[in-house]
Design a protein around this ligand. Sequence first.
Ligand code: ZN
Length: 58
Amino acid sequence: MSSSKSPTSKPEPETTPVIKKRKCLMCNKDFTSQHLGERVCVNCKGTSAWRESGYYAV
Ligand SMILES: [Zn+2]
């Protein structure tokens, strides 16, 4: 008999870091995103253009 094979379907660790470097959608600059929903840097969030885009995130 052949030796036991390791299962191909391994449980993926859900330790995805939420805080990571992202590129701002507005100015394309690298910034530290604090959560998954944060795609725009703080500078751009303060601009009126950001608010008018409808990405309201309180
Ligand atoms: Zn920006």
